[in-house]
Write a protein that binds this ligand. Structure first.
Ligand code: NAD
Length: 292
């Protein structure tokens, strides 16, 4: 079975930095690429800070942090990923963006290399079909924040071969994560259930049934959710939430998945949640303040 000795990550946003973080701690050399060199620089600083926090909480040793940081390098170009055994695409949740990356990436890789996507919702089979290696293409869907969340969904496309599936299983297990195998249907398991709940919370706000604070408090204390749904939407990123709802709506052709117009409005405003400092809450001050 192909062994994964070196990993490439394309997209150095919140998921890309988390994936690089867990690979490095597991002793796997990892190269981090992004269309924006500034995002790579920010990601390296975030990883450093997050690992320091883990040291502070006695979750890892200072030596482990130092060793792990040496495992991560910036890849300024896609060409720099040419000797990776696995490349995980984790760029913006837009199919055209992902297709463009795959078209650039596959020709520079060795024939044995596995290509994975961390998409939250887009068809693995369709993305695979746009590459030169559908049998070596798979969905490896990490949860946010990657260093803390225990689960990874593995999604085979129609052509994914057993060798790719087994090598991916071995890789995810080495990261210390538990696997849930999902079939290749829109949004897989976790987001198929979670995102309609978040979208419904936004409708609840849109219709004035409750305000931001009321809805989040209701679900935290009334359903024992660790985070309220609007807080969680901000954490995921409202652009990602909208993209997932659009994929569910189009892919399953059922009006129950219609994205809430208020979610669309927040995304159009550029209020994308925590990463933009504003979403259902405003994060620019000391404490998050509801925006409605
Ligand atoms: P993000 O907005 O934090 O980061 C996306 C990154 O992709 C940015 O740094 C951007 O510069 C980069 N990018 C855009 N175009 C690129 C290109 N052509 N080449 C290289 N890099 C490019 O988004 P995120 O939350 O990290 O999400 C990334 C992926 O992970 C999406 O597919 C999303 O659905 C998935 N995902 C997100 C979550 C979540 O909770 N946010 C959870 C699981 C999976």
């Amino acid at each position: 079975m192909a062994s994964i000795r070196k990993v490439g990550v394309v997209g150095a946003g919140q998921m890309g930095n988390g994936i690089a973080h867990v690979c490095a701690l597991a002793g796997i050399p990892v190269l981090l690429n992004d269309v924006s060199p500034a995002r790579i620089k920010d990601a390296l600083a975030i990883i450093n800070g997050n690992m320091a926090r883990q040291v502070g909480k006695n979750l890892i040793s200072e030596d482990a942090r130092k060793t792990a940081l040496k495992n991560i390098s910036a890849a300024d170009t896609i060409d720099a990923l040419s000797d990776c055994d696995l490349v995980i695409e984790t760029a913006t949740e837009k199919e055209d963006v992902k297709r463009k990356i795959l078209a650039e990436l596959c020709p520079v890789l060795q024939p044995h290399a596995i290509v994975a996507t961390n998409t939250s919702s887009i068809s693995i089979t369709r993305l695979a079909a746009s590459t030169d290696r559908p049998e070596k293409f798979i969905g490896i869907h990490f949860m946010n924040p990657v260093p803390l969340m225990e689960l990874v969904e593995l999604i085979r496309g129609i052509a994914t071969n057993d060798e790719t599936f087994e090598a991916s299983k071995e890789f995810v297990t080495k990261l210390g994560k538990t696997i849930a195998v999902a079939e290749d249907f829109p949004a897989f398991i976790v987001n198929r259930i979670l995102l309609p709940m978040i979208n419904e919370a936004i409708y609840t706000l849109y219709e004035g049934v409750g305000n931001v604070e009321g809805i989040d408090t209701a679900m935290r204390l009334g359903a024992h959710h660790p985070m309220g749904p609007l807080e969680l939407a901000d954490f995921i990123g409202l652009d990602t939430c909208l993209s997932v709802m659009q994929v569910l709506h189009e892919g399953l052709a059922d009006s129950k998945y219609r994205p809430c117009p208020l979610l669309v409005k927040y995304v159009e405003a550029g209020w994308l949640g925590r990463k933009a400092q504003r979403g259902f809450y405003d994060y620019r001050g000391e404490k998050p303040v509801p925006t409605r």
